[in-house]
Design a protein around this ligand. Structure first.
Ligand SMILES: Cc1cc2nc3c(=O)[nH]c(=O)nc-3n(C[C@H](O)[C@H](O)[C@H](O)COP(=O)(O)OP(=O)(O)OC[C@H]3O[C@@H](n4cnc5c(N)ncnc54)[C@H](O)[C@@H]3O)c2cc1C
Length: 400
């Protein structure tokens, strides 16, 4: 049975945990990466229904760890324009306004995982345990021990919870979380549209939730239709033709007739934010720390920046072996940095969600006034764009 020492044990090899492993390996730190499920495999002949809008900051991080070109070689879909509207207001964004070739890239989750896991397989400082089940996590003053079923014991100076919304690491460390259900589901699918998408991401806010069309490289589009549970149940039960017609109507026929290219999948949506991002010898990153509504396409982008920020503070802390990887001052620095930034983003997104698609007349008037100011006042709009695109803010070095 295994009985091995590591600097860092990362639980969860989703995009965020796998990115952190790649960021830490060159420091160099000895990394154990523990994942319960084999990663979903990339399919060249069909699109993964789980696509992510990757912003510039995340792209820079993925580039810095040497995986962006591998992801591009699989499949990425850049988008240059974005239109957001509801029944009474509209705002448009164009990458050319900022002199950028694109606003962001739509990337399949499976393509990111494939590229990251290929990189990890080549990295001598990372041991991947997958599929692996955690039996126990035990804390000591100077280390954490993770007992893996049928494998043995891993000892580390720091454990990182990158294990998603229902984080076991967060629970074991006793970190509280405020969570609320949006009482919504996001329906994801791939569609064909009669009109060309012109590399434009479109999002309409309905009273029952936002519906987004994301342009894909082959001319088709991916959709994320968030709606109340009851409406979601109806939409998931509808025939392909009926669903496609309802979708075309929901986006006011701006893309012409719609036909389905895939089945549909419903994903429950909720919002959560951990009260702390750290505890003794523990740090949380990604969805283990915060879950946000997909409307702004930011959840994973925030998680990748968490990983880059944690790697940066650890790199400074362990340089010259001044501190071990679980030393508290570095963890505190990570928490102050990222919890503050994420709290701001989450508040802005909540305000956005509540004001768009709201039936409240006063809120709608205020929102439309805000939109007119933002759309007309170029510096305000550009500042909004730069933040959403990951071109501004207090970013780690690897994200710039
Ligand atoms: C419909 C939808 C659309 C979205 N669109 C976007 C978008 O456009 N842009 C964006 O930035 N974000 C988007 N998001 C958010 C994004 O999907 C998440 O923020 C992101 O996947 C979180 O990544 P993660 O690695 O932190 O967690 P996860 O992806 O949940 O990965 C956690 C990993 O940990 C593993 N794990 C869990 N428990 C254990 C355990 N006990 N032991 C070992 N391993 C474990 C899991 O198997 C998994 O591999 C969207 C979300 C939804 C629902």
């Amino acid at each position: 049975m295994l009985n091995t020492d590591y600097d860092v044990a990362i639980v969860g090899a989703g995009v965020v945990g796998a990115s952190l492993a790649c960021l830490l390996a060159p420091i160099p730190l000895r990394i154990a990466l523990i994942e319960s499920k084999a990663p979903r495999s990339y399919q060249p002949d069909r699109y993964d229904l789980r696509v992510i809008s990757v912003n510039h900051a995340s792209r820079h991080v993925l580039h810095s760890i040497g995986v962006w070109s591998a992801i591009e070689a699989l499949r990425v879909s850049p988008f240059r324009h974005m239109r957001v509207w509801d029944e009474s207001g509209e705002i448009e964004f164009h990458s050319a306004e900022l002199g950028e070739p694109e606003l962001g890239n739509i990337v399949e989750m499976s393509a990111m995982l494939e590229a990251l896991h290929a990189r990890i397989a080549d990295e001598p400082h990372i041991d991947l345990f997958c599929p692996a089940r955690i039996d126990r996590i035990d804390y000591r003053t100077d280390s954490v021990t993770v007992a893996l079923e049928d494998t043995g014991l891993l000892h580390a100076q720091l454990i990182v919870g990158a294990d998603g919304a229902r984080s076991r690491v967060r629970q074991t460390a006793g970190i509280a979380v405020s969570a609320t259900s949006y009482a919504q589901r996001a329906i994801v699918a791939q569609i064909e549209t009669a009109l060309v998408h012109e590399h434009t991401a479109r999002q309409r806010f309905l009273r029952t939730g936002p519906v987004a069309l994301l342009p894909l490289a082959d001319g088709s589009s991916s959709i994320v239709w968030s709606c109340d549970r009851l409406r979601a149940r109806e939409l998931l039960a509808a025939s392909d033709e009926d669903f496609a017609e309802q979708l075309a109507a929901a986006v006011q026929h701006r893309v012409g007739n719609i036909t389905m290219r895939s089945g549909r999948r419903g994903i429950p949506l909720w919002r959560s934010h951990a009260d702390r991002y750290i505890a003794a010898r523990t740090a949380l990153i990604g969805d283990a720390a915060h879950v946000v509504h997909p409307l702004a396409g930011l959840g994973m982008n925030l998680g990748i920046i968490d990983a880059a920020a944690l790697a940066e503070v650890l790199s400074g802390s362990v340089a010259g072996r001044r501190h071990d990887a679980g030393a508290y001052p570095a963890l505190r620095c990570y928490e102050r940095w990222r919890r503050t930034q994420n709290t701001i983003v989450i508040s802005i997104m909540d305000a956005f969600k509540h004001s768009f698609g709201s039936g409240n007349a006063t809120l709608t008037r205020m929102r439309n006034l805000g939109l007119r100011i933002a759309d007309g006042a170029t510096p305000v709009k550009h500042s909004l764009m730069r933040h959403a695109m990951g071109l501004a803010g207090d970013l780690p070095r690897s994200a710039r």
